[in-house]
Design a protein around this ligand. Structure first.
Ligand SMILES: [Fe+2]
Length: 176
């Protein structure tokens, strides 16, 4: 894992990367189902679409790797990760769409992340604001990017003619 000033970037295992097309296809088939929860309606698009391991079993291995990475990062900050809470959602960006600026620290979140399933060329960059400096990242499919939950971030316009698909995630310490 590489880290630079509160942004951590890591590659998923080959096994997870090879499951990207299966997960992407399953997402496209499931997302229209009326019982799938969708939130954050901006500019006619739901930014968060909630599908889980019951819908797509391949998410289990992917999220295990995400949790292991998050545990490493949080442990490096001397946080006890024995009771980690995890939430995740799909972010589907059709051509022409953006994800507006926001943070993920609404509740007890400590760390946020993204996993990239399908990233066509010129389909938008992740822009993370750190101390009034914008860090712009061009991700690739198979990348994990992690950042502090209170870091403001957005995704620039998808200028390609294809959809882009990622999974956003939050990690916190469960209050029991
Ligand atoms: Fe986000």
């Amino acid at each position: 894992m590489s880290s630079a000033d509160k942004i951590w970037r890591a590659r998923a295992s080959e096994a997870v990367i090879q499951s990207n097309p299966v997960i992407t296809q399953a997402f496209l088939e499931c997302q229209r189902s009326p019982d799938v929860r969708k939130t954050h309606l901006f500019e006619g698009r739901y930014e968060n679409i909630y599908l889980n391991e019951q819908h797509i079993p391949q998410l289990t291995t992917l999220m295990k790797e995400a949790v292991a990475q998050a545990e490493d990062i949080l442990s490096s900050k001397n946080l006890n990760t024995g009771n980690l809470s995890v939430g995740y959602w799909f972010n589907y960006m059709p051509p022409g769409s953006t994800t507006t600026s926001h943070t993920h620290d609404d509740d007890d979140e400590l760390l946020s992340g993204v996993y990239y399933l399908y990233v066509p060329e010129d389909s938008g960059n992740l822009i993370i604001n750190l101390k009034d400096e914008d860090i712009e990242i061009t991700p690739q499919a198979g990348d994990f990017i992690f950042f502090d939950a209170d870091a403001r971030h957005e995704v620039s316009r998808n200028n390609s003619e294809l959809h882009r698909l990622s999974i956003g995630m939050n990690f916190g310490i469960r209050r029991s």
